[in-house]
Ligand binder design. Structure first.
Ligand code: SF4
Length: 282
């Protein structure tokens, strides 16, 4: 029997929020997995802190609400302890690109087999509109009434440089494509990174801007690193330029969880080593 994947929790996202599209997309993907005979008991959703994180309250699957910016350490621990589990992380742009940036880089470098979905609305929405690392230069928010003085960084370029083996960009108003990108990321063995342009209807509504610029990356060679870099640089989150959506890069490489030696030890020894590993890393 397909379980009801939507919980009875009261939904407090603002009307028009792109998080609804992400919730619905994930629900459809999970329902599809269950129809194919996959047990959703073997799926874990890990979230950070922010508007996006409420998805853990609204989707009826195993989930862990972590601290701000700490989705990846928790997801990594889950994957190492039980490699059979499918681990999906949802994080905000503040979570993934500010507080948790070092974790993101190392997850890509290690090629840990998890799927990272960044709800990139380019603003701190839960705290009512401060700038994040992907807000454009001059963004006027609660903490920057005169406009930011920093350029945004380009997360796709950063992920390419850090070694991520699946790099894609989706958009919450292109749900069928978004579903395809996330599905492919879940199937991909290794670190799958999906930056999602998510509309924040209340504090940075970029719908009009995105609608006139997004296009499909059809015909792009996803095995070509240099072409992926060129495509990732085409739009740098600040300029007026076409915005490519799709898979930029994909490569098969051994994963961290495959190489991690503790996997082949007894449960007791494995627990001890994992505990030591995490204690050593602080
Ligand atoms: Fe969505 Fe923005 Fe409202 Fe948060 S503040 S729920 S991101 S529309």
């Amino acid at each position: 029997m397909i379980r009801n994947l939507i919980t009875p929790a009261q939904n407090t996202w603002c009307p028009g929020c792109g998080n609804f599209a992400l919730q619905h997309t994930l629900k459809e993907i999970l329902a599809g997995m269950e129809k194919e005979g996959r047990s959703l008991d073997d799926v874990v959703l890990v979230t950070g802190i922010g508007c996006h994180a409420k998805i853990a309250d609204y989707l009826n699957i195993n989930s862990v609400y972590t601290l701000h910016g700490r989705t990846i350490p928790v997801a990594t621990g889950i994957k190492l302890a039980n490699p059979k589990v499918t681990v999906i992380c949802c994080a905000g742009d503040g979570d993934a690109y500010a507080e948790g940036l070092d974790h993101l880089i190392f997850a890509a470098k290690r090629n840990i087999d998890i799927t990272m979905i960044v709800h990139n609305n380019r603003v701190y929405g839960l705290t009512t509109g401060q700038y994040t690392p992907t807000s454009p230069l001059g963004f006027k928010g609660k903490s920057t009434p005169a406009g930011t003085t920093e350029y945004p960084f380009n997360p796709l370029e950063l992920m390419l440089a850090s070694g991520a083996t699946y790099i894609a960009r989706g958009y919450t108003r292109k749900m069928p494509q978004l579903a395809q990108l996330i599905r492919q990321g879940i199937v991909h063995k290794g670190f799958a990174f999906i930056d999602v342009l998510q509309i924040c209807a209340s504090f940075f509504n970029m719908t009009e801007y995105y609608q006139s610029r997004v296009y499909d990356l059809a015909g792009h060679d996803t095995a070509d690193f240099e072409k992926a870099c060129a495509k990732a640089r085409e739009w740098d989150y600040n300029r007026d330029a076409p915005i490519a959506l799709g898979v930029f890069y994909e490569r098969a490489l051994p994963t961290f969880d495959d190489r991690y030696p503790a996997r082949y030890l007894s449960a007791e020894e494995r627990s001890r080593r994992i505990r030591d590993l995490f204690e050593a890393s602080g």
